[in-house]
Design a protein. Structure first.
Length: 111
């Protein structure tokens, strides 16, 4: 992997594209940088889950789970589906699974 390097001969358009990409990456990373949101994403990586299932899996109150799901929904990482009174969530951004795989390899795999 080769990371881009800012050089003096880059055009304004190239620098602007890099800045926009950096902003998008920072927003994505902020969205997953909370342990509750990260755990929700880990559980959703295995398939759609109801809010009640997530509450049980996380041993968390409904208000806390809903707050984190709201942030993930705002960032476009998850989407809800209503079935009667139950609300189910699923991952909508494939980059989330790629990041989760990397985070697992770096922090969870051997420990």
């Amino acid at each position: 992997m080769t990371l881009p390097v800012l050089t003096n001969d880059m055009s304004d358009a190239e620098i602007e594209r890099m800045m926009e990409s950096a902003c998008n990456a920072a927003n994505f990373l902020k969205a997953i940088s909370h342990e509750g949101r990260l755990m929700i994403l880990c559980h959703l990586a295995t398939g759609e889950k109801s809010v009640t299932e997530l509450e049980t899996l996380l041993s968390a109150r409904q208000a806390a789970v809903s707050q984190q799901l709201s942030r993930l929904r705002t960032e476009g990482l998850v989407a809800p589906r209503r079935d009667g009174k139950a609300i189910y969530y699923r991952l909508t951004d494939p980059r989330a699974v790629q990041i989760l795989d990397l985070v697992y390899d770096l922090f969870c795999k051997d420990g």
